[in-house]
Every structure is written in structure tokens, then in C-alpha cells.
Ligand binder design. Sequence first.
Ligand SMILES: O=C(O)CCC(=O)C(=O)O
Ligand SMILES: [Fe+2]
Length: 948
Amino acid sequence: LPDDPSSTYEILYEKALEAYKDGNWFACASYLNRSIQDYKFYVEVVTRCRLNCKKSVIPAEAVGINFELIYYQQLLEISDCLRRCKKGKLGKRPEIPAPLVVDRKFEDRMPYNYLQFCYFKLEKNKEAVAAAYTYFITHQDDQRIIDNLKYYRGLEGVTDEDFKDLERNAYQNAYVRGLHAYHDSDWESTVKNMEESLRLYFEEEEKCCAACEGPYSHNGHPDFVNAVADHFLVVLICQYKCEEKLSVFGKEYLPNFVGEHFNFLQFAYFHMKDLDKVVQAVATFLLFQPDDEDMLRNKAYYMKEFGFHQGHFIPFEEAKQYFERRKIFSEIIDYVKTEYALSSDKLVDDTSNAWTKKIPPLKETTNPHSNYQPFMEYTEKIGVTIVADSAELNGSSRLAADGFFHDDHCHIISDLIRKKKSDSTGVRQITIPEAIQVVVEEHEYEISLRLLLRVIEVVRLYISAFINSTGLFVKQARIVCRPGDDKGEKKQHEDCIPQEDGGCIKTFSHLSDQEYIGVAFLTNIIDGTGQLYFMDKDKQIQSSLAPKCGRLTIFKASDHHGVNPSSVNERCSLYVHLTSNVNDDDKSQRQVKEFLKKMDEGRTKQPSEVNNTEILQQFYDQGVKIIQAGEKDLLGRERLVADGLATEEECSRLINLTRKGGLYGDGYKGTTSPHTDSETFLGLNISRASKLVQQKAVSMNIVQLALDISEMSRLLVEKFLNLSHPLYFEYTHLVCRTAKEANEKDRSDDLSHPVHADNCDLQPDGTCIVRETSFMQRHYSAILYLNEDIEGGDFFFAYPNKSVQVSVQPKCGRLVGFNAGEFHGVRAVLKGQRCALAMWYTKDPSYVELSRITAKRVLSQMGGKSKTTTVTDRNQNTGKDDEVEDASANVVHPKNADDQNSQSIPASKESKDAGAERTDNESEVSTSKETSSSMMEVKSKAMEKEEL
Ligand SMILES: O=C(O)CCC(=O)C(=O)O
Ligand SMILES: [Fe+2]
């Protein structure tokens, strides 16, 4: 099997050598042959992938030209040049770059904090003031430095001029001078300084981009192309952020900084009667803000009054190039956000609920390896892959592995900490008892707590197995979120090394090496920041790992480690401290288990307490009809058929959704015809549906409809069957089975879905056994049909010997519900496409369908409704808005890094206003009010001029 992880060539080879040692010649030969075969297969597949991927991207007519070789030849030359240049200029300096933490301290102006004090001690007051002021610019809420500045102001000989920002860039000075000149109506100086500012800015931006082309630490052993692409991406994201970084004056962010120059310039050129440049400046401004109404009006005015026409409005070349380069950046980043990052999980089907597989318990054993193997097999099954071992991480008992859980899990677990405020250092954290409290207050977080408990348990068992222990204990576990760089973590880093447990330490105290730490990342950080790193005794960085949701890193509690700040988004991880000492067990796991058990018990009703008449009446009032039910009609107690759960319009919208977003395959193994060769199978699950909404490939209303209708169906099954325990969704799947055209086969015995039960494996003797692979957590099933214009395709309940008991014909709005243990099947679909919404429900909340929670989150984030549907709410979701908005609305914009409360740049009114009142609208095309008003001023002044 190509993807069978237990028979790869290296494992087969190992087995062959074992057989060889044991003198088992037959096995030896057989393993060696299989191993050789698999090796050939593997090499063939990988090389083909490499070739085909290139060919699929590079157009055939360009292949012969070999741009690639030319590019890499140039790259080799640049590389050679770079090495020699550095060597020549830096001489004997060690090649190893300084740890990121140090670089960040410089970027954050930390040295000036010390410098001011040293100057003060040296009684060099003027220098002390400048250093203090420079530090203050990036630490404006640091009370200590504010006090110092006040104190300095009172010192003899200190004047206003001494309060200068030593790190302010030349272009910033020019810009500020330009603003002053503009205010004084000194047009010549405005032009001179604004042009100067632009020229220096472009230089500075080029340098900033070059600074981004630094080293990158890869995880694992990527392919050449993947390695180049990943490194490129990190550089690109860094370069894209240059504009944002350079648009910050002190702590203040100036939106559309580059474009704004041309606003002032067009006005100054106008006054200097340089009309050719006026139109160029207008064209350039509109490049950055094409919808700016005031500038468009200015343009119309210039056209009307001075006879310019469209062709005259040519932007300045350098600004145009800059703009176009950034446009490409943004397109690539957009692609990465919507496609590239998703492409890896497009390949894996995230529907198989692999994660809910039973965790093998650890056995008390004297053979330390006996737990390791089954546990590693389990983790392999749920998709865990090791990315770096102890040797690669330069330590002992270290490991990093990916795939313990997925994005859904990360979001849902992180929900527990969502409302937690940060402490004085900007860090947010939550312990297990606090997490329980969150659920006590808001029951909706129960699933999050269940997941958290499960993740901690998997981490505990995995680490125990990894270090060959029969079971470590949890000494402490917590979720820790560190703020992104722009959210003020900076001040914490003065002299200490941030730790994964939320603290920040100056020295490493000696910790027992019988204790272990597991860090399970809950955030993806793709720009190369926020790593967890290991250090040797001399604080040299040995290795580092990028945060990635589902990645677990294991190390000894005594290992020196640190956390790099993330550059933008908050960085969350689950920190689990394990010990071999039972007395150190924090008992929180038991506490959570008991708490959850009580919650569950609280929901189960006595049969006498169940009274569903009112809800059922509401269903009937809404036109839902029970057609057949129970032993009498359907030959089984827990069986029902109801009509009227969806209107024709709703059915066709759901069919559209499936056709538009479905993937060929059953959603489990990806085979296009899983049950019969004569049909294809198209499936769409909620997880994919919500991703499609995010990508604006389908509208959110239609996904909301799928959620609402399935929720109604669930409620009806639970209420009609008088269940004493609530049902939860386990899996929701839109499916269409299509008869292949021009099918020659005789299908009289064929079935679209063979007779089966949904939670056990039906045996030839009519018994049904529960295996690890059967979905035993599925307690009830329901299928809502969406159309009847097909031939064949009847659903039927069956006897254990597989013969038909009762048939049900599909029809839009018809629901079949039953206990998942009932035997059933589907007759062959002979003509047409048979679509349905299949649902499985569970009584066990640990198996809740996580992607439903994610989907609801996605929809509410995008402005959808947040409330759950009730029976009487139906028919509110109409198809009017199914059309998706223009996909181009999805462009990525840079994040603005300003601070609402920041102080203004001294003596620059425009900048202050523009910065302080900026709204959160990140769209490039919107103009802030302030800009508009200054533009109004420009326009009215232009008119005045004309009147004169
Ligand atoms: O589509 C149907 O009618 C039944 C499908 C089914 O039984 C299943 O997918 O397990
Ligand atoms: Fe089934």
C-alpha cells in the first residue's frame, strides 16, 4: 500500500535484517524484496511529483528556455559575492547570527534605556536626555522613563532641543520638515522636503527588505523546492511589513504614508505652477488610493480647467514600481493565506475523526519498550509525524512532532482563555481549575474543556511512552498566550528570558531532570518568529521550533529554553509539566473528569421526566409530518420517516452547495466510487464548507442553511424518539451519489450502499461486531433527502441476513432517522444524481463534531447570526443572498501598528490627526476623515487660486 506507514522500505529493511540475524531466510528474502520494491516505488513517486509539479506550473513553451537555471546561476553568483563581501567587511567575526532576542532588543531601543543612565552618572545631561527621549518614543507608557524625562527637564542647561529622537530616520525628518513648510505655505520647501523624504524612504525601504533576507531554520528535512519556498515566504512576509514598519513615527502609525506625500506635492506643485508635475502627483496618489473622492474631484478640476486628459495622468516611475511590487507581494500573501497554507490539509481528509480513536492505556510493565510501540502506532494513526528528534534538537530526551491535533482543536481549546485578561507583563494564562470555572459560568465551553483534558492526556501518555515510563503525572498544566510584538510584550524582555510557562526568568535554577515539559502549540506563526528555542550553558541557541497548531515539543524541565516574541499575532500554547513523582500530581485532571461527568449526569432525564409534546407540536405546526414510525410501520422501535423538513428551494440550494464545494470521495478514504463501480460519490463536510466560506467560494447563508436544517433534524429525532439524553452531532455530510453514464453493467444486484449498520461491522452470520475502526460513538443516524428526480436509490431497512424489510423513497424534505445499530442499505442509483444530507449523532459529548463549532465561529465572525435555530425560526434563511461577493474583496492588507493613545510627533499637526483618529478600516481605498478634510482644504485652496 503506498501510504501504509508500517511497511516503508526502511522498516521492511530493518525487519529483513532482524530475520537475517535470526536465520529466518525466507522472511529475510521476502522482506528484502519488498523493501527494494518499496524503495523503487518511493523514489519513483517523489521524482515524478517533483517533475510534474514543475511542469504543471511552468508553461510548456517556457520549459526549454530554462529560466530556472539562469535564475539559480545568478543566485550562485550573488551568494558567492555575498560571502566574500561579508568576509571582506566583517573579517573574523563569527558567522553565527546573534540570537533573535538580542536583535529585538536593539530594534526596541533597549540599549538607550541603559545609555541614559550611564550618561546621567557621567553628568552628561544633554546626552542623557536624548537617550532617554529616544527610549521613550517606543516605551511611552513606561512611567519610570516619563518620570526621568520630567526630572531631566528641570536640570540646568537642558533645553527643548535636547529632547531628540536619535533613531529617527532621515526621511522622517525630511517629512516633518515638509509638513512644517506646507503649513507655512512655503511651497518650494514643501516640494524639496517631500521629494527628499520620498527618495530617502525608498532607500530605507530597500534596506529594510535586504535586512529581511536573513537566515531561516527549517524544520525537518524539506525538499529543495519546499525549503526554498518556505524560506522565500518568511522573507517575503518580512519585506511586506517594511512599509508598515517605516510608517511608524515613534509609536504613531501613519496610514498610506507613501501615497500621502503626493497629496502634499500636488498642492505644492500647483502653487509653483508646475502643472505637469501636478498631474503626475495626482496620478500617483490615485494609484495608492484610487477611490479617494477629493482627489478624483481635483483630477476632474485639473482636466476641466487646464485641458488635461486621461493620458496625461501618468504616475511617477519610482512610486509606480514601488506600488506594483507591493501589489505582487500582497497577491502572493493572499495566495498563501487562502491556498498555500491550506494545501497540506486539502490532501488529508480531516473527516475521519481519527483523533477520536481510543487512546491505548499504558500498561504496568517491566519491559520499557512495550508501551512505546502501541502508543507510537496510535499516534501514527491519528496522523502524528516526528519533525525533529533529540539529536536534531541538540539535546537528550527532546522531540518535536506534528499533527497531534488540528486547527479546529486549537481554536476550540483557545476559547477557554478568550475572555482572560492579560497580567502586568502582557501575558494571558489560564490554569485547569480556572478553566473549570469558565465552564461553570458558561456551559458552551464544555467542549473546549473536554478537548483540553484529552490533549493533556495524550501529551502525558505520549511523553510517558517516549521516555519509557509507565506513566508520568501532571504537575502543572496551563494555556499560555504571549502577546504579539506590537501588543506590548516588549517591556517584559528587559533582562529576562521568556518561558513557555508564561514567566520570564533571569537565571535558570536547577530543576530535576526527572521532570519533563510538553509544549503543544495552539497557534500557527508563519513568519519565522515566536519560536521556542533551546540554549546551551553559554546561552547560545542550539535549535528552535516554530509554533504550529498541533505541534508538540518535549524536553526535560532542566533544559534551558526560551521563547522568541511573535512578530504580530498572539502566540498560544498548552504548557504541560510532568513529573514521575505521584505526590506532585496536581489532581486537576481528576477534578476535570469528575466535573464533566457531573455535567453529563445533569443532562440525563428519567423517562418520566421527558415531555416533548410542545416541541413536537411546533414541528407539526411548521408542516413537518411523521409518515411512518416504530415497529408497526418500519419494523423497528427506533425508526422514523418524516416529511417537510426542507422546502424545494432549500433542497436545491443544498444540492448546489454540494455540487459547488464537494470533493469526489466518501470523505473517509477519498475513493471516488467507494461502494459501487457504477456510481461516483461526491461529499462535502462542514469543515470544508466553512473553509469555502472563508475563501468566499460559497456564500455563508447557504452553509448556515445546512447547519440550521441539520439542527432541526437532530431535534426532531431526539424529541420524537423520546430520548432521555441529548444528542450531539458527530458528523454532518452532504453527499450526492451519481450513476455513471453509459454504464453497460447489469446492476440488478448492485447496491449504492451495501447493507450495514453505522456503528458496528455486520458479519456474514448476521451479528454485528464493534471494532476499533467501527464508529461506535455514533448512536443515531438520520438522512435528509434533497431530490427525487432519480431512478433507483431507495433507502431500505434490512434483516440481519441483508434482505429488505421496508423501503423508503428519497424525496426533498424527507428525513429517515434511526438507531445507528439498525441494519440498512441503499439500492443502486440507476439514473441521475441522488443528493442527501447525512447526519450522525452521539450521546457522548467528547465526540462532538468540532468542525460545526468552527463553522459557527467562521459564520459569526463574518457577520452571520450567532443564535441557534429553534423550530419556529425556520424559513428565514432565503436564497436571495447565495451569490458570493466578488472574490477580490479578499485582498490581504497590512496590519496597522499604531496605538490609539499614542502621542503625536512633535509639531506635525497633519500626522497627528491622521494617526490619532484612524479607524480600523484597513482597506487601501478608504480615506480617513482627516485626510479628506485636508484634501478639501487643498481643493478649496486650489479654487481660491483660480478665483484670484
Ligand atoms: O443515503 C442513504 O440513504 C443512506 C446512507 C447510509 O446509510 C450511510 O452513509 O451510512
Ligand atoms: Fe448507513
